[in-house]
Design a protein around this ligand. Structure first.
Ligand SMILES: Nc1ncnc2c1ncn2[C@@H]1O[C@H](COP(=O)(O)OP(=O)(O)OP(=O)(O)O)[C@@H](O)[C@H]1O
Ligand SMILES: [Mg+2]
Length: 261
């Protein structure tokens, strides 16, 4: 197996708060890893550090064997690691297509100019392909502000995928999405990432979603990883049951669905 992402003794403090306490993580190529943990456990801090949005206090981060410590987010995206956000980061006044074009330009590292139009036929084709893959092509020319919440989350993830990353980090991809829509959203995203062989790490509070899609779970508590392994083992872990799962309440109206093969 090839390690795609590795952190060594990664630490981050905010005043007296230790948001990341010597995190040693190795993610292998093509893994689908779920990150669980109660509010404030350090999940977003971890994603922010490995994607360049937040500087670690100390430690090392390697992507495909190369240090990315101190790299700007854009540079990390261009190297092949993209992310989505806990709250979708979109341009509400632009159309869905133009949001994707902006994301693609960012991933290419290109600077739009008057001489080279941003909406080039090649870029539009790439964005249309992602829109079709994510089943939101009918929203293509709508301004994002008019798009429903569930579709916004999909578009945010599509923006991360449009530059064809090798690794994708999703911070709560189903937050704010209705219970009825959550599984459909994840089915769409996971089908796309499998098709392209993308390694995925996603933060999720809904244990049904985690159990259904991941091959490995990292359980965070108070800036530390308290369990790391196959879902069944992590879910059965005494400390995880006490410190993580006990903090998660299933939203009202949620119902159990049988796992897909
Ligand atoms: N910019 C910041 N300034 C100060 N403290 C911060 C900052 N970002 C995070 N923290 C603190 O670091 C800790 C970890 O926060 P983080 O956002 O990583 O948690 P999380 O696991 O993503 O939680 P949630 O499930 O609520 O999204 C918390 O105590 C939080 O208050
Ligand atoms: Mg968070």
């Amino acid at each position: 197996m090839n390690t795609i992402l590795e952190t060594r003794a990664l630490c981050r403090t905010f005043g007296a708060v230790i948001a990341a306490n010597s995190l040693d993580v190795r993610i292998e190529q093509s893994e689908v890893v779920g990150v669980i943990g109660s509010n404030g456990a350090g999940k977003t801090t971890f994603i922010n550090m490995v994607t360049g949005y937040l500087s670690p206090s100390s430690g090392e981060i390697l992507f495909e064997g190369r240090s990315i410590l101190g790299h700007a987010p854009r540079r990390i995206t261009r190297m092949g690691m993209a992310r989505s956000f806990q709250v979708a980061q979109l341009f509400p006044e632009l159309t869905v297509l133009d949001n994707l074009v902006c994301a693609l330009i960012g991933a290419e590292g290109a600077h739009p100019s008057f001489l080279k139009p941003a909406r080039s036929p090649a870029r539009i084709a790439a964005c249309d392909a992602i829109l079709a893959e994510f089943g939101v092509e009918h929203l293509r020319d709508d301004p994002v502000r008019a798009v429903p919440q569930g579709a916004r989350k999909l578009i945010d993830i599509a923006m991360a995928m449009v530059g064809r990353p090798r690794m994708l980090l999703l911070d709560e991809p189903t937050s704010g999405v209705s219970v009825e829509e959550k599984f459909a959203l994840m089915d769409t995203v996971m089908a796309a990432v499998r098709r392209h062989g993308v390694t995925v790490l996603f933060v999720e509070h809904d244990m049904e979603i985690v159990e259904r899609y991941v091959s490995r779970i990292l359980a965070f508590y108070s800036g530390k990883i308290i369990a790391d392994g196959p879902p069944a083992a992590v879910m059965a872990d005494e400390r995880v049951r006490e410190l993580v799962i006990g903090h998660h309440t299933r939203p009202a109206g949620s119902r159990r669905r049988s796992a897909q093969p």
